[in-house]
Ligand binder design. Sequence first.
Ligand code: SF4
Length: 475
Amino acid sequence: MPTQLQHARDGTVTAEMERVAEREHRDPEFVRRQVADGQAVIPANRAHDALDPMIIGREFATKVNANIGNSDTTSGVEDELEKLHTAVHYGADTVMDLSTGDDLDAIREANVERSPVPIGTVPIYEAVTRVDDVADITPELLLDVIEKQAAQGVDYMTIHAGVLAEHLPLTDGRTTGIVSRGGSILAQWMEAHGEQNPLYARFADICDIFREHDVTFSLGDGLRPGSLADAGDAAQFAELDTLGELTRTAWDEGVQVMVEGPGHVPLDEVAENVERQQEVCDGAPFYLLGPLVTDVAPGYDHITSAIGAAEAARHGAAMLCYVTPKEHLGLPDAEDVRDGMAAYRIAAHSGDVAAGRPGARDWDDALSEARYDFDWERQFSLALDPERAREFHDQTLPGDNYKDARFCSMCGVEFCSMRIDQDTRDADGEMETIEGDTDLSTSPAAEVNRPPTGTHDAEPVADAAGTDTAETDDD
Ligand code: SF4
């Protein structure tokens, strides 16, 4: 049976493409062309019956992934299903099951059975749990795990095939070495065996499995920088070049592809990172972890990374992997998942608004109108996190009589600026025109409002006497 990519190339609009078009308010033919050209993916394993299809691509709303999964010390099937429910409840578009503890098959099968969103995995994690030593992993074991997970209905898999033996010395001298779990495991394996990365060497075999089940590649960035000090180094970009090569190979094999990206990147380099990936990987959807734009705020890394994520979304990132406040510190709990999801949905939506993606601003405008109308119920229901908006409002004004009050407790009834504004306007919502005799060009404000020396263009500004002066950076 053809994959979504093969169908698209054949000119067939699948049921999944129809559904995606409906969800995104786009023309089904546009969706088909985006998939056919590899510019978007519809991760939809044929065995994932509960899936409500979605699309990942820079022309569509920016998506957010949430990571869940147990470790060797925590959580079983019921706990993981609870995490899945929490992630989807707070708006996750996809969920990655990164379990490394017990009951891996039961957890994965339960997730696929219940999840309306695509499920992603990192198969090398399971391979590690099946051996005593990383060096004992064989290429056949990796292919067995990938085949089994594909048959279980996993929609996309992170495959770190771009970490080549030739790249490893490029990480010497890094401040934080190799921080990707998959990347560090493969580096250890290659150093132990003196051989090439088996995921690269057997990439054609993986393509065969993916094509059979219509699994989408998420080409992992195993050499991503783990600190600002390592951002944009030779190792990161050598791997990216290999990911470009693998993207084209997968397309030739009829398999959908997205590409993962860094990590930790200074704010002024985020746009450049997105543009470089788009160029090297011929527009394949870019899926970023953050990036964190500073390393100094453990405990707040959902914020440091959401800043980078918004900038990435604005410049064309297709999906953002959320980061929680526990990043670098511990396993997130349900409240951390909520905070991380909120931060990332804000980042994704801000990027969509700034990039002018169709319909993105409508949400903001609808909420602003409800706010100015003092329609508190509508404001809550439109809020990104309706429960939190209602909870915060009702902490001080809980009664039903306050649900159409023309104020809240922030400024109070007397100082509510929106109430004062409305009371000042006439019935048509207009201010009366007042004829004044103030000459703004000679007012003292003209002097006060001069821009600071040395940071502005050589635009003429009025001095206190009303004559023009021109200041330059040389002043
Ligand atoms: S009281 Fe202040 S914060 Fe509250 S609705 Fe009025 S202007 Fe907005």
